[in-house]
Ligand binder design. Structure first.
Ligand code: MLT
Ligand code: ZN
Length: 462
């Protein structure tokens, strides 16, 4: 039964047209991009300013209705959508917090609203001759707030670090409706606990991020991409080490396999990139102020790779063509089934051994399933996608994450814990660390209002 008093309060705060209660209008806010996670919400609310977020959080807390912050809803672990049970939350959509501040070229920084879409931010920074260091395929819908909440990674972490490294300071609303703000852009600021960094990766459980002061990087003048075929993943991993040593400005090194590449070609009607298939592929890109195409070509020759096993692209259209084989993987995988998605890290030195090990582990518990692996090699980050088991069947999750722990890895490299992996947090965090995280959660959100069931499942209060 909708809480009429709460709905009335929310309408007063954001305007009636921004409190969405009809089932079909609510629906897109209630299920995640994968289709695997979701649940009903009381309503979706679209505030346009931090003070509206603060009032909305206070209203929700006062009514004991949980608050789930949501950005572009491109998350892959159920962290930005309601859970299947408990009191239906208010979804606070950040999409109208879309202010783009003027780029500060001296500081190489910009202040933006949490609802700004990554692609728009990239364009904005580009117009000022700068660039956003974090990039990934969902750039057309993912928002800054979600990228902060998950500490998003992507294709350039090897060069610039993840979202955390781009955050100079944040503005955010705490569970009691208080607003904290560090948007002055001071990069040297040793005045106690770094609350902004505490919120990065906190997955909406400690505060609702409303704005961010972000670091920008120099925009590249030239970029060259190369797709290289290898007989096995060991050679591909070794090649990344050689290429990084030989060529300056390598900012992406993506691994894909023949099965995944075929799937993309089938789903999207693309021709294969090389005359003959290879077992494993590396998509590398180098960028900078000078053209490194010759250096990259020489380095690939140095690897001993036959010319017909390499496709090189120097212009934007050619690079886009090569990147499609990598960037369409996520959509190709989801086109036919709801996958179980894993974004794990293992030590780079064990990455090649992990691939067959995780495939065998999956085969032990689920026969006849489709396993598609790809990843960001230099970070030891692999995406394991298993299609076939029903969404609620967690046997595959159990063995994949168990295998990650056995390899000394992390159960989340970039997507976060969300609802998907809360049960397995102990595989990557010690009891002492989890206790400290729970203490922080209790201190900042004693009523368990913000995103219950996400990250720290045990603390669910509703
Ligand atoms: C990617 O690297 O493309 C993203 O992490 C998305 C995914 O894992 O499907
Ligand atoms: Zn990724």
């Amino acid at each position: 039964v909708p809480d009429e008093r709460l709905l009335h309060e929310l309408r007063e705060i954001v305007g009636a047209e921004h409190v969405l209660t009809e089932a079909d209008v609510r629906a897109p806010f209630e299920r995640d991009w994968t289709g695997r996670f979701g649940g009903p919400c009381t309503c979706a609310v679209r505030p346009s300013a931090a003070r509206e977020v603060a009032a909305g959080v206070r209203a929700g807390a006062g009514a004991h209705v949980p608050i789930v912050a949501q950005g572009g809803n491109t998350g892959l672990v159920g962290g930005g959508v309601p859970g299947p049970s408990g009191r239906p939350p208010v979804v606070l959509s950040a999409t109208r917090l879309d202010g783009l501040g003027e780029v500060d070229a001296d500081a190489r920084q910009v202040t933006v609203g949490a609802g700004v879409v990554l692609a728009d931010l990239q364009e904005h920074a580009g117009a000022a001759g700068l660039a956003v260091a974090v990039d990934f395929a969902a750039r057309g819908s993912a928002t800054v707030g979600g990228m902060i909440a998950t500490n998003a990674g992507g294709i350039h972490v090897m060069a610039h670090g993840s979202m955390r490294a781009q955050v100079v300071g944040l503005e955010a609303v705490l569970a009691d409706g208080t607003t904290i703000s560090r948007l002055s852009g001071l990069t040297k600021d040793n005045t106690g606990y770094d609350l902004s960094q505490l919120l990065v990766g906190s997955e909406g459980t400690l505060a609702v991020v409303t704005a961010a002061r972000l670091r920008l990087v120099e925009a590249a003048v030239h970029a060259t991409a190369a797709l290289i075929g290898f007989d096995d993943v060991t050679d591909a991993v070794a090649a990344v080490r050689t290429l990084r040593g030989d060529v300056t400005g390598i900012h992406a090194a993506e691994l894909l396999f023949d099965g995944g590449l075929r799937l993309v070609c089938e789903q999207f009607g693309l021709a294969p990139p090389l005359p003959r298939p290879a077992a494993a592929y590396l998509l590398v890109e180098a960028a900078g102020r000078t053209d490194v195409t010759d250096a990259l070509a020489a380095a690939i020759e140095h690897l001993g790779v036959a010319p017909e096993r390499t496709a090189v692209a120097v212009d934007a259209a050619g690079r886009h063509r090569l990147w499609q084989y990598r960037e369409l993987l996520t959509s190709a995988i989801s086109a036919t089934a709801v996958p179980h998605k894993f974004d794990v890290t293992v030590p780079v030195s064990r990455l090649a051994a992990f691939v067959p090990a995780v495939e065998s582990a999956v085969a032990r518990v689920a026969g006849g399933v489709q396993v598609v692996v790809f990843g960001h090699v230099a970070d030891g980050n692999l995406h394991v996608n298993v299609s076939g088991p029903p969404p609620d069947d967690e046997a595959v999750d159990d063995v994949v994450l168990g295998e990650v722990a056995r390899f000394g890895g992390s159960i989340s490299a970039e997507h976060g814990i969300g609802r998907a992996k809360a049960r397995w947090l102990h595989l990557s965090r010690s009891p002492a660390e989890i206790a400290a995280m729970q203490a922080i959660k209790r201190a900042l959100d004693p009523g368990g209002v913000l995103n219950p069931g996400v990250l720290l499942a045990d603390l669910t209060t509703s």
